[in-house]
Design a protein around this ligand. Sequence first.
Ligand code: TPP
Length: 590
Amino acid sequence: MSTTPRREKKLLSGDEAVARGAWEAGLKVAAAYPGTPSTEILETIAKYPDVDAQWSVNEKVAYEVAYGAAIGGVRSLTACKHVGLNVAMDPLMTSAYTGINAGLVVVVADDPGLHSSQNEQDTRWVALYGKLPLLEPADPAEALAFTKFAFELSEQFDTPVLLRLTTRVAHSKQDVATGERVLGPHKAFRVDAAKYVMVPRNAGPRHAVVEARLAKLRELAEQSPLNRVELRDRKLGFVTSGVSYLYIREMFPEASVLKLGFSYPFCDDKIRAFARDVEALVVVEELDPFVETHLRALGLKLRAKQPSFQIGELRPEHITAIVRGEEKQAKPFPARKPVLCPGCSHRSVFTVLRDLKLAVAGDIGCYTLGAAPPLASVHTCLCMGAGVTVHEGFRRAHAHAGRVVGVVGDSTFVHSGVTGLINAVYNGVKGVLLILDNGTTAMTGAQHHPATGKTIREEPTTKLVLEDLCLACGADNVDVVDAKDIGAFRRTLEQRLAEDALTVIIARSPCWQLVRTRHAMPEFKRKQCQQCYECLEIDCPALSKTEDGMIQIDPARCTGCNLCVDRCAYEALIPQREEPDADGCPGTCG
Ligand SMILES: Cc1ncc(C[n+]2csc(CCOP(=O)(O)OP(=O)(O)O)c2C)c(N)n1
């Protein structure tokens, strides 16, 4: 059911263009777990009522749901950030063997420059490793077109297709010509154990299918207009893909270019012919030497970037340096310290953990910001779910004499923390795990998850009760405390740390960005202030030191949480009574 007029131009980000392209291609089922910079793909797809869209609990689950829908007969999509694909690697690798029936597109968004990620991996290697076709759009218009083509390719070759974005492609916007939705037939699931049941006896022959398919895909890549030769001045010929192509066009408009859009398997003949046509061959690619390694294996003489360019994002000005064979000149941006929001409920928890001098196995979420000084109370951050399991490792190493806790967010606990808790119970671990339950997936822009009780479309659904889940996993105790009640939290934590038991403390308080509750700002009494600066130790962006060493509270930022009041031993910060308005309403409910 289309509500969109034909060929209308829309200003779309790369993520939105993928969503639109998938919808136009007749997408029926989409599943994902949020992750910057891919989150907006599912958020946009969820706006199309004729697509069955979901936030899944993690990327592996999302992949398998989309895969099941594809082999069940409808076009399906899953999207994730690069590290999310690591979580889905198990089903991804074997789904290359089984094939997919109806089209399955796997969108993966890499994050060169680590805008919001824990590593800078280059997912193009997954195509090589998994023997899967890889498409790389350079801008939103291509993101839409390539997504549609990805579904065709997927069905033609009976394979999942990887569509790789990077942050610049995912988040930049462009006027994109949109089309209409075209629905294909439902491709009924045919029972075929030799194809879909991957036991050794069946998987061996399917591996042969994968290799044969790859050879055919290679032939197609040679012909594909997505691998485009633009012959201009022959002195310099660039081989490139993704957003780097746009930078080359901007910096070297006269140069010849082989733009790889169907990036894997490689179009060797086209590459060799291009190399013959130009005097100097230069490979420009972001992150790893993926194309470069292959071209060297082909025996081509080429100029490539210095290894220093493998780290961080490639910017237009870097292209000139690469052509000249120069090293990267580090040009650091002025540092802006990431900090928890004023009013954030994680702040009080980390203040206590710091005060108690605990070693903290941390995890990924807004709460990772607790690692920054002066809170400095997140001491590890590896991957999602690891707060629970690294805590177990610490315990086993008797590190920090047992003065250690594991910290995980609510969304992360459901994603991959719960298996660690089951492991801890099963293997007799004692200690304290903290679930910082702010009722959302805050880090990626407040998405729902099973414990919020709402779906991607804000519809009510069965709510996962975290305390029941933890008890069912076998934790000895589960305490629920108000994360902002610093005294109660501290008492509970100290008591549980002293016990020989496995306790989960759920520190619960909604994300301030969701409730936006403001209370009266505390008053600062200059005369009382002893300049101990204890109040600054909570790292609240609303508090700062003035030139004369006093404290200043920014009224635009202060939420009136009074955590600073709690820190002041000299009554220099005084909580204010809420003034009811004319209707008697204190005006505190955001
Ligand atoms: C495998 C993987 N998937 C997704 C992400 C992106 N991501 C980082 S933390 C996070 C969840 C944060 O939610 P929560 O644990 O509830 O903590 P909050 O940010 O709300 O404090 C997500 C989706 C990631 N880093 N790794």
